[in-house]
Design a protein around this ligand. Sequence first.
Ligand SMILES: Cc1ncc(COP(=O)(O)O)c(C=O)c1O
Length: 398
Amino acid sequence: MTHDSLLTYRDRFPITQRSNYLINNSLGAMPKAARQSVLRFLDEWDTRGVRAWGDGWWALQEQLADQIAIVLGAAKGSVSMHQNIAVAQEMILSCFRFDGPRNKVVYADRNFPSDQYIYEARAAHGARLVRVPAASDGISTDGEQIAAAIDDQTLIVAIDHVMFRSSAIVDIAPIVQKARKHGAFVVLDVFHSAGIVPLDAKALGVHAIVGGALKWLCGGPGNCFLYVHPEEVQRLQPSFTGWAAHKQPFAFSPAGQDYRDDGGRFATGTPNVPALYSGKEGVATIVEVGVAAIRAKSQRQTKLLIELAQSAGLAIKSPLDGARRGGHVALDVPNGYAVCQSLSAREIVVDFRPDAGLRVAPHFYNTDDEVVAVVRSIRESLDSRDYERFLSQAKKPG
Ligand SMILES: Cc1ncc(COP(=O)(O)O)c(C=O)c1O
């Protein structure tokens, strides 16, 4: 039996005492400390009122952004916080115009919808869309294929680092190389890699990174982020802006915007303080544990999961090569949504996505027994037809 030192963190995540919680690529478990942290916010609001801004509320967004910068392997001061990816993407888009000859957007067919719809909506403003289909295996995005679509008229390349359906990791190197040669701007969505796959913003060489803390970073909703390469910051002037992006926000200058010189240039208005309080404990824990150790365990457990699923006759819709796989495994079972519901009734929490199947995503606090149990329960649900109880249920969010 392997000694698993990361299980010493398990007690910090109360849901693991009640459930077999295996959906960490969708919503990471809440750290126990987040409750105290949110209560602290309420106490400060209650007792200090408006003075809480100066006591620490205003500084909190930069503190969390700097913790996230550690996860991204990025410089201090290069990250800003946002409500969600759609907002972070819009922030980047607002730095560009689409009415000139360089107006192509190259993006992957398998991107998450927030990284698709927002770019497609720019077609009405002149963007020419170049949508690159999935690789021939139907589950991956081929970095070389994306690179081949980039030319001198390409303005932006928008790409997800880890595919949300299949967990396939995209090879970013050829994309960045070609984009830099042709002067295109690369935006990488690391939502499915931040906190589970080690990242090094400098080595990746992309111009901007968007991501969120609610999945593998265990930071809850409302804590998404935007990194902009320090060499790009000065030339970008977002038209989506607000007073928090000003060099001296508390001067409330009527003279107009004077953008900050760091990542704070991409801030908007008043920060989402309750979200920051609920998010900081999870991110701090990931930094404490270290993504390299988390990745090593994740690769071992997803390999185990795949071996067990194959023995149980379940179809795998994720790369079998661990180096090309992120933190979750997609199991393409028949009647996947109903099977997902039948597992939930047994306190085994996974999710279902069309064209992917059941997504199973162990994190550093999960045991190997839990991985064994989920595969056994899927097989049982299918064999006993327990899932049929849920066939008529309308789909719920989650
Ligand atoms: C790759 C990726 N990007 C973005 C999102 C979410 O987008 P938003 O923050 O706009 O809700 C998800 C959600 O699962 C995702 O998988």
